[in-house]
Design a protein around this ligand. Structure first.
Ligand code: 5AD
Length: 351
């Protein structure tokens, strides 16, 4: 696919033409990663965060949020649960916080690996290289760090407290790959200030770096955050008629195009998409390029405090119900639940 075609497809409105995009994305997914849908159990370890990302409901400037840090035992219980559910991977995610020390996390990684043998993905923000190395050494396999937007100015506006630029963030991802991690990144669709040209460039950037995992969800306004207020209004006005909408259709176009430019990558059908379109978001993601689902294993009393955006799908469900529903959904689409870690084909190719 040429760079210019991405923009054309993003702007396409003709339904029969779009059917062609959906078909191509689904065929490419089938040919390159098969019918397996890999389940990665998500553990939201802590909602503490030192950063002030303008879109996020648990940023340091959200003063009313009650903060928590799961205990080692609670985290290990969740990992055991992931194993019992037949998942191949656990994903430990948290805000960026010094409450999670390098050593403490390394101990947990080692224990999860020893007890379960599961693949371990980390999503803990920007961390010191020494910590990343220690975590890799301890047995972590993958690291997720979305770059959120390739527009350098917009990146700075929505990340006022991050020390670096978007190029620095991409350099960090490359550093993680160098250390031996499979790397994942992604963007939100429809953040205020995101133009069609920017979103096309985001997708092209996934291809440039041959990312192992790419998460794409709609931007969901989080009440009380700067992006839901004055900053968001200013950025939307600046983008004018080029502002990308945060709707399911645009998210699915971005997802399908990502599958076409990164045929072998692992792409989740995101919780944000399922939240925006509870009836068919999850299934549509799987039908238009996605091959991963990340069921939430966080204990319900913590889950309600981890509201990056409001009304997260599955907020009040028990783990058993969530997992049963997801398995039924996968089978109803004629797909199979992936067994094993679901390592990225790029990584397997290197082994
Ligand atoms: N809407 C949608 N996605 C969000 N994220 C953070 N805040 C929001 C929001 N308001 C996404 C970011 C982050 C990931 C963990 O969640 O892309 O990287």
């Amino acid at each position: 696919m040429e760079r210019a075609e991405i923009l054309e497809w993003l702007l396409e409105t003709d339904e029969s033409r779009l059917e062609e995009l959906w078909r191509k994305a689904d065929e490419t997914r089938q040919d390159c990663v098969g019918s397996d849908v890999h389940l990665r159990g998500l553990i939201e370890v802590s909602n503490r965060c030192v950063r002030e990302c303008a879109y996020c409901g648990i940023s340091a400037c959200a003063p009313k949020v009650e903060r928590y840090l799961m205990s080692r035992e609670e985290i290990l219980d969740c990992a055991d649960r992931a194993k019992a559910c037949g998942f191949g991977t656990v994903v430990m995610q948290a805000g960026e916080t010094p409450a999670i020390t390098g050593e403490w996390m390394a101990g947990i990684i080692r224990e999860i690996k020893a007890r379960t043998g599961l693949a371990i993905t980390l999503s803990l923000g920007e961390r010191e290289e020494s910590e990343l190395r220690a975590w890799k050494e301890a047995g972590a396999d993958r690291y997720l760090l979305r770059f959120e937007t390739t527009d350098p100015e917009l990146y700075l506006e929505i990340h006022p407290s991050l020390p670096g630029t978007v190029s620095d963030r991409i350099a960090q991802l490359m550093g993680m790959r160098e250390i031996g991690f499979e790397i994942g990144t992604g963007v939100m669709v429809g953040i205020p200030g995101q133009t069609w040209e920017t979103l096309a460039q985001d997708i092209w950037t996934f291809r440039d770096y041959d990312m192992d995992m790419i998460g794409i969800g709609p931007y969901l306004p989080s009440p009380g955050t700067p992006l839901d207020g004055e900053l968001g209004q200013r950025l939307t006005i600046r983008a004018g008629d080029q502002q990308v909408p945060n709707d399911p259709l645009t998210t699915l176009k971005a997802l399908a195009l990502t599958r076409l430019v990164c045929p072998r990558t692992n792409i989740p059908s995101t919780t944000a998409l399922a939240t925006l379109d509870p009836g068919s978001g999850r299934a549509n993601g799987l039908l238009r390029g996605a091959n991963v689902i990340m069921p939430n294993l966080t204990p319900p009393h913590y889950r309600v405090l981890y509201q990056i955006y409001p009304g997260k799908a599955g907020l009040h469900e028990t783990v058993d119900i969530t997992v049963a529903r997801i398995r039924t959904q996968i089978e109803a689409l004629g797909r199979t639940v992936g067994q094993g870690p679901g390592t990225s084909p790029r990584m397997k190719g290197q082994a």
